[in-house]
Ligand binder design. Structure first.
Ligand code: NAD
Length: 474
């Protein structure tokens, strides 16, 4: 097993204590890493601060070339990286491979956006006082970015912080999740092969306490956070004068309308993306509202599809559902299932736990205030509820403190437009579950689910601000 260095101002550091990262399925060692000292952290932050002006003027072809390089090498090293993602996160290999493809796409899109990221010209002679004047509106980095990432996509969510920062020329200090830091540290090896200035990037696997100090550091004016709701909003409240973007959790819902006839397809998508990564995706299908016209048949088909999923060791090809990130998470999910059944919900399948693994679980008619409905389960649990009308379904989806994405199975165009206009979420998937994300599209939530949008173009806008140069006498 490898011991990974951390990265300070683009250089690998192998001093200090080491921490072992373990596989949640069987406790085996996934690898270990060195831990930055206070002085390593200080060097990284000061380097980001010092390089910012020089970095902002680095030609676009150098930034785009570096991003293309990372995208290409991720493809070349994909099998090795997939094994590492599975080892540290417990996610089935097929999903780890999928994540690498997505991360390569995120870097490639950022390269393309870097090439076309330009400003704007605005005429000012629309009033007599502006005669002979022209405004050049450029976007310049707000300053160094602190990127903080969660455990469930150890590569692609890191890519969504690092790639747009490189694309606009904003230095970045990345703080990966303590449970899954190794893939981010491996990414450092690939970044180090590029021509980016050394001070422009650091990867620091530090504790939550050190992470909170980085949040407070005035030399990092932009915080881009992906993670849980309480931590995210706590960060934003702690630094009201900073620019803080939050990509947080949710309890994503699907509405199956009465006109939808392909229930096999809907059931297959629901089962797959309720149990995908053992439910540890922020847009995992958690609530299904099925119109009375399709409810019984859909429920039976979802059960069939869930029973067909292979559970077990995530390193085995063909396994669909592996363990949760740790036993504590699995114990919490198990207790929420028990509470849902005690509150009157029907347990259709699953419900048992073995170590960090929870059986794929389907519940029906669970009261809306039970945790498996109202809170974020982040486990392989889906609840199906019968609704009497499309309006009732929309109302129930909206009656949540979260709003990340929602899915609507309908082929009726007016219904599709009407429902997607009424759903208070960041994105609506028509004809699919809410769990689809193309990495170039604007992605993010409303209400407790966060503020701001990711996707290379959106994050590049977020990491920069307009600077106007008024040219006179032209
Ligand atoms: P978490 O909030 O526990 O941790 C996220 C990161 O924040 C980690 O790197 C952690 O070390 C750091 N952190 C924790 N406390 C901190 C503090 N006080 N100050 C600064 N940093 C701190 O989240 P997690 O358990 O790793 O991830 C799961 C959560 O992430 C779920 O809620 C999920 O929905 C969410 N998520 C959201 C998206 C999205 O794009 N909206 C994507 C993936 C995951």
């Amino acid at each position: 097993m490898s011991t990974f260095p951390f990265w300070v101002a683009g250089k690998p550091v192998t001093s200090g204590e080491t921490v072992v990262v373990r596989h949640s399925f069987d406790g085996s060692e996934a690898g270990s890493h060195h831990v930055p000292s206070t002085s390593d952290i200080e060097t990284a932050v000061q380097a980001a601060h010092d390089v910012q002006d020089e970095y902002a003027t680095l030609p676009a072809h150098v930034r785009a070339g570096a991003l293309d390089h990372v995208s290409r090498v991720l493809g070349e090293r994909s099998e090795e990286i997939a094994q590492l993602i599975t080892a540290e996160s417990g996610k089935p290999l097929k999903w780890s491979r999928g994540e690498i493809g997505r991360a390569a796409s995120t870097f490639r899109w950022a390269a393309e956006e870097a090439r076309r990221f330009s400003g704007d010209l605005q005429r000012l002679d629309t009033d007599p006082g502006g005669t002979g004047r022209l405004a050049l509106v450029r976007r310049v980095p707000k300053g160094p970015v602190l990127g903080i990432t969660p455990f469930n996509f150890p590569l692609n969510l890191v890519a969504h912080k690092v790639a747009p920062a490189i694309a606009v020329g904003a230095p970045i200090v990345l703080k990966p999740a303590p449970a899954t830091p190794l893939t981010a540290l491996l990414l450092g090896e690939i970044l180090a092969e590029t021509d980016l200035p050394a001070g422009s990037w650091s990867i620091l696997p530090v504790s939550n306490e050190e992470s909170a100090k980085l949040v407070a550091d005035p030399r990092l004016p932009v915080v881009s956070f992906t993670g849980s709701v309480p931590v995210g909003w706590g960060i934003r409240d702690s630094v009201p004068r900073k620019h803080v973007a939050l990509e947080l959790g949710g309890n994503a819902a699907v509405l199956v309308c009465p006109d939808w006839t392909d229930l096999d397809f809907a059931a297959q998508r629901i089962a797959t993306f309720a149990m995908y990564q053992a439910g540890q995706s922020c847009i995992s299908v958690q609530r299904v509202y099925a119109h009375a016209h399709v409810y019984e048949e859909l429920r039976a088909k979802v059960l069939e599809q869930v029973h067909a999923l292979g559970t077990g060791n995530p390193r085995t090809d063909g396994v669909d559902v592996g363990p949760l990130i740790n036993t504590a998470a699995a114990t919490r999910v198990e207790s929420w299932i028990t509470a849902a059944v005690e509150a009157g919900g029907e347990l259709l399948t699953g419900g048992k736990r073995d170590g960090a693994t929870v059986e794929p679980t389907v519940l029906a008619n669970v009261p809306e205030d039970a945790s498996v409905m109202a809170d974020e389960v982040f486990g392989p649990v889906v609840s199906i509820t019968r609704v009497e009308s499309v309006e009732d379904g929309v109302r129930r989806i909206n009656d949540s403190r979260f709003g990340l994405q929602a899915g609507v199975f309908t082929r009726d165009l007016p219904t599709a437009f009407d429902v997607s206009a009424k759903l208070r979420v960041g994105g609506v998937l028509v004809g699919d579950v809410p769990s689809f994300r193309a990495d170039q599209m604007p992605y993010g939530g409303v209400k407790d689910s966060g503020v701001g949008r990711e996707g290379p173009a959106s994050a590049m806008a977020d990491f920069t601000e307009e600077r106007v140069t008024v040219l006179t006498g032209l």
